[in-house]
Design a protein around this ligand. Sequence first.
Ligand code: GUN
Length: 280
Amino acid sequence: MKIIDGKLIAQEIRKNLKKEIDALKNQEITPGLGIILVGNDPASEIYVRNKMKACKELGLNALLYRFDQTNREEEIIDQIKQLNCDDRIHGILVQSPLPSCFDENHIISYVAKEKDVDGFGLYNLGALISDQEHIIAATPLGILKMLEYEKVDVTGKHVVVVGASLIVGRPMAMLLLNRGATVTIAHDKTLNLAQITQQADILIVAIGQAKFITAEYVKENAIVIDVGTNYIAGHLYGDVDFASVSKKASLITPVPGGVGPMTITMLLSNVVKQAKGKGD
Ligand code: GUN
């Protein structure tokens, strides 16, 4: 068994990104990210803090706009419209999830496609599904980069993605399908989950339940990617029971230090891509 070191891979990508950012700065362009945070979901607070910190470390501008349940939807949309016209800002992200009183899809639909660094907008999703990939959501893009780094050829492999979210599962499945994998998407209504996951050459888990996937769910020598970030009593746990699954897997990501560092790095990469004008 080999551990995929997301922290190390992310550091290498960041070194190259820093060079690209410095080159942009020489042309008087500082890549800028506008973050909309609504409410005070504890996990979102941590994600946003980490995103701001990473931007600062690499020399990107990050501007945070906070709202709460007392704000009207129009106020958030007005802020997005202002950022759409703000030349300092090359990417806008609306941290998910929003409090349930807001219509998340409606709000996100106001992010200009040229600034959709999350890749959740309909233009980028349409581009992905029609195999004309453009801006790809950061977490699946980070997983793809990890697999590439480890020289995993996904062609013809059976990949089982557990979780059908817009943030991870759906774009992940499409990215792999575009690369010739045979993809199964399982989700919370899937019957006999273990029977399906046991068939996976590559198992990608994003369900948000700590240590849910134990060794019984995994085929011998499978590659296992754990997207889970479950905070319990101040500790971070993945969706995979690392202790038992790592004995069976050929390659596995840890939590922390696996997918997490890659996600933020790929977000920054998307901002830089837009700042370079390659995302237009
Ligand atoms: N919440 C959890 N992950 C993400 C992400 O990648 N983007 C946004 N906007 N919200 C998230």
